[in-house]
Write a protein that binds this ligand. Structure first.
Ligand code: CMC
Length: 437
């Protein structure tokens, strides 16, 4: 008998089963041994929204949601945010170790080599309405890159993968900046590879007629920190999409577009935009208690609060709060900060939020900084997607290199009709339930 095993007795048959633990889990496929007879398919586990299912083994990101801990490759997020550049962290996330000076230099120049977009991509962007949502433009442009790099479909070739990873990390700030300039009706600005990753992003966003863009170092460092904090977050909704789409051997451009589509949802990365709308709707500090009552009555959600994994303060929110103070030295203080701080104070003292362990998440304060930097709320999620591209690609690569992974294909519990005979159209009666469709 294995030392560490789970014993199960099936009350239907009185049979007993013993399943060994695997790294603290049981393999769900073992449950199939539990049958009532040879015709029985066997037991499946039912887990809508993956509340308790580990779909992979991963060595990239570690979260302890009860203690509020986040680490990339073992390094605490606080240390990485304080001491690293974003591209250094990107190297760590993708390769497992921090780079040496030589490795970092090579990596940075590799990424810079890929910052330009094919001119055709510009034509494609021009077709969007001036008021198209930046995330819609970002997602579509990512998917369109697939048509420019058909070799990317060879996802089993490590060299091909390596090239696409560099291309994607190099190009996402350019796409993001182009979508931003498009919304404003400004001409596109080409990358300046003398600048760092975030400085060049600022150049592509904000350069007007000056011959050389001079980035504000406080702002570029704040962006670097924000990018580090958003780079990966283990098996979240968009990472799961990246793995699922990638498991079908779709190319990384369309897989990244799919992941970005998941991120755009208001319960995921789209929450940062919703937080700003919420702060606007609240309007002033004195109206916070009334809003909290509305949340408790179930009318609305407190956006930027709560998390599937964190049942404690999200460590990223703590760092962002600190970074906000640095940013406000270089920009004007965002008056919405007062409302956000009051919301947090009132919520954290309220039984509703205490009981449900609802704390501020990464999206609660990020929008306040982004707005102080001059971004409109509809761009916020694109700012999240740029660094998260690194995490998606690391998850994608890990999935493809994992011999246990196959095409993602969950089971279902079928609740529909048993077999029934076709009814000709003249003999059908309208089903009452269809009136609402
Ligand atoms: N405001 C009010 N109540 C909430 C909130 C909230 N923001 N979040 C959760 N709850 C309540 C929820 O109604 C439920 O209450 P009850 O037990 O009475 O039914 C309880 O807390 C548990 O919530 P849940 O919906 O079962 O939790 P979940 O793990 O399925 O959802 C979440 C996690 C992040 C989707 C949710 O907390 C939420 O909608 N938050 C607001 C949106 C948001 O800020 N999203 C950004 C997440 S962090 C960045 C990222 O990953 O993209």
């Amino acid at each position: 008998m294995p030392e560490e095993a789970l014993n199960i007795i099936d009350q239907r048959t009185k049979s007993s089963y013993e399943f060994p633990f695997f790294k603290g889990a049981i393999r769900a496929a073992n449950l199939r041994q539990i049958k009532t007879g040879p015709e029985d398919f066997g037991v499946v586990s039912y887990d809508p929204a993956f509340l308790n299912t580990a779909a992979c083994q991963s060595s990239i990101t570690y979260i302890d949601g009860d203690k509020g801990i986040l680490r990339y490759r073992g390094y605490p997020i606080e240390q990485l945010a304080e001491k690293c550049t974003f591209l250094e962290v990107a190297y760590l996330i993708l390769n497992g170790e921090l780079p040496t000076e030589v490795q970092l230099d090579n990596w940075v120049s590799d990424i810079k080599y890929h910052t330009m977009l094919h001119e055709k991509t510009k034509n494609f962007l021009t077709g969007f309405n001036h008021d198209a949502h930046p995330m819609g433009m970002f997602i579509s442009t990512l998917a369109a890159l697939s048509t420019l790099y058909p070799e990317a479909r060879k996802v089993r070739d490590p060299e091909v993968r390596k090239l696409q990873i560099r291309r994607l990390i190099g190009k996402v700030p350019t796409i993001a900046a182009y979508t931003y300039r498009h919304s404003l009706g400004y001409p596109y600005v080409y990358p300046d590879n003398e600048l760092s990753y975030t400085e060049n992003f600022m150049n592509m966003l904000w350069r007007m007629v000056e011959p050389k863009y001079r980035p504000n170092p406080v702002v570029s460092r704040a962006l670097d920190i924000l990018f580090i904090l958003h780079a990966d977050h283990e098996q979240n909704c968009s990472a799961n999409v990246m793995r699922a789409v990638g498991s079908a051997e779709a190319d990384p451009y369309v897989a990244t577009a799919a992941a970005a589509a998941a991120l755009s949802g208001s319960l995921h990365g789209g929450a940062n935009e919703e937080v700003l709308k919420m702060l606007d709707a609240i309007g002033s500090k004195d109206r916070v208690p009334a809003y909290i009552e509305k949340v408790k009555a179930g009318g609305v959600k407190l956006m930027g609060f709560g998390h599937r994994i964190y049942k404690n303060y999200d460590p990223r929110a703590r760092i962002i709060k600190w970074a906000a103070d640095q940013v406000f030295v270089a920009t004007c203080r965002n008056p919405k900060l007062e409302i956000a701080l009051e919301l947090e104070r009132v919520a954290l003292e309220d039984e509703y939020f205490i009981k449900r362990k609802l704390y501020p998440n990464v999206d609660f304060y990020s929008g306040i900084i982004y707005q102080a930097l001059g971004f409109k709320p509809d761009v916020f999620t694109v700012l999240f997607a740029i660094p998260r591209t690194v995490g998606w690609l690391a998850q994608w690569q890990e999935m493809l290199e994992d011999p246990e992974q196959k095409i993602a294909r969950p089971r279902q519990i079928y609740t529909g009709y048993e077999a029934r005979d076709f009814v000709p159209i003249g003999k059908r009666t309208a089903h009452p339930a269809l009136a609402i469709r």
